[in-house]
Design a protein around this ligand. Structure first.
Ligand code: PGA
Ligand code: ZN
Length: 434
């Protein structure tokens, strides 16, 4: 019994995330004394097809956002179902969790409850085996490990910055970096340079939800021009050392069949939205565009994908880390990359299946944080363990983001793994740039 990987206890509590909102933390203890703890993240520009985040809806406590019911579900029903199981059977545990919930959106027990438990189980199993988490995840996924290329938020708009700019994220990818630590240093230079350029123009440098800057420009072109000036101030060559990625988060802009861009003073049709973004991609070194269109606007997604064959086209709200939706995308020739968020799916095993579905059609995978995060560094290990190729954590500010960037530095030092570099990015305009 002493060395057994049997689950003997589950515990959970309500903690606060980086926006000061409640979220779920779960603990799992094994018979051999091993322990695993994990926290669920939480989004703001949440996709309609994501699994369900269970909130208490008691207006007098945390504005109704409490998660005490999810916590109670872990301590009650979930604990009763998992105690006595072998923690190393991640798939068995995850399917038991999904079956116990019994709904397709994981609404009854709450995907936030299930996910925290699923992640905590992987941590406890890794501890039991005396291997790092990324190693254990690689075993589960059956994939070769690598250090991911970061895609990092510099400027923020949308739901993360009081809707200051129409587009949600203006990010950078340090395509010239030869190692993860070099990539981090380049990103950090750009982020600091952006703040200096903004200061010189008397723009506020207060932080948005993911640690990005929010100049509150009305037009995307102004934000992209600021990105270019920041590259120059950082001494980096656009298109060679460094490129731009966008997360449009277009589902947030979609109203009655139109894309409403207040700053641009436009109410675009799908076709006009495609031309607008294609125009930006022609004029700036943009190598990746995420959620260019609404989550259910499949026809325009298909057209957009064929219109920009050289650019990485990422589905976030479109795919919601869901095997069936990714398969639909593949069948319909939509996008060429999938954003991977554990809490869109609800379990670690489900997330690994989504990654493997994307891979089966050579779609790139970008493991991603949420705008509401905690000190939990799980996604750093997930990106390495699955050899995802890319990771999107937010800006290089705020400890909930830096916890992940720093965990990747530790893994780089420990494991001496190959750096994915630009190989994991599905953008053929990169080859021209380099
Ligand atoms: P969210 O944003 O966590 O608020 O959904 C992140 C993203 O859209 O990629
Ligand atoms: Zn997104």
């Amino acid at each position: 019994m002493k060395s057994s990987p049997t689950i003997i206890a589950l515990d959970a509590r309500q903690i606060l995330d980086s926006r000061g909102r409640p979220t779920v933390e779960a603990d799992i203890r094994l018979a051999d004394g091993s322990f695993g703890r994990a926290c669920a993240p939480s989004g703001a520009s949440t996709g309609r097809h994501e699994v369900w985040e269970l909130r208490d809806r008691q207006p007098n406590r945390y504005d109704g956002l409490g998660v005490l019911s999810a916590v109670a579900n872990i301590k009650g029903e979930i604990a009763a179902a998992l105690i006595g199981r072998d923690v190393q059977d991640q798939e068995g545990i995850d399917s038991a969790l999904v079956a116990l919930d019994g709904t397709s959106s994981l609404k009854r027990l709450g995907a936030n409850a299930l996910l925290a438990v699923s992640m905590a189980a992987a941590r406890a199993a890794a501890t039991h085996r005396c291997v790092p988490l990324y190693h254990y995840i690689a075993e589960l996924a059956g994939t070769a490990m690598s250090m991911p290329m970061p895609m990092t938020n510099i400027l923020s708009g949308g739901a993360h910055a009081g809707r200051g700019m129409d587009l949600q994220d203006f990010l950078t990818i340090p395509v010239g970096a030869e190692s993860y630590s070099e990539a981090l240093e380049m990103i950090s230079r750009v982020r600091s340079a952006a703040a200096s350029v903004m200061q010189s123009e008397n723009l506020s440098t207060l932080l948005a939800d993911e640690g990005g800057l929010s100049p509150g420009y009305s037009k995307a072109e102004q934000a992209l021009t600021l990105m270019m000036r920041s590259f120059e101030a950082a001494g980096l060559r656009p298109g060679i050392d460094i490129g731009i990625a966008l997360d449009v988060a277009a589902s947030e802009l979609y109203e009655d069949g139109r894309y409403v861009l207040k700053g641009e003073k436009q109410r675009f049709s799908g076709e006009e939205m495609i031309s607008f973004l294609a125009g930006l991609a022609r004029n700036f070194p943009i190598i990746s565009i995420e959620d260019a269109l609404d989550q259910d606007d499949w026809d325009h997604w298909r057209h957009f994908t064929s219109e920009l064959p050289n650019v990485q086209i990422v589905g976030d709200d479109l795919f919601v880390t869901n095997v069936d939706r990714i398969r639909l995308g593949i069948d319909r020739n939509v996008a060429n990359a999938a954003l991977i968020k554990l809490n869109q799916n609800g379990t670690l095993s489900g997330t690994l299946s989504a990654i493997s579905m994307a891979r089966s059609a050579s779609y790139a995978t970008v493991v991603s944080a949420r705008s509401g995060e905690t000190e939990d560094t799980f996604i750093a290990d997930l990106a390495v363990g699955t050899g995802a190729g890319q990771i999107k954590i937010g800006s290089v500010r705020n400890s909930e983001r830096l916890a992940k960037y720093n965990q990747l530095l530790r893994i780089e030092e420990d494991a001496r793994l190959p750096f994915a570099g630009v190989k994991g990015i599905r953008a053929s305009n990169l080859a021209l740039a380099r």
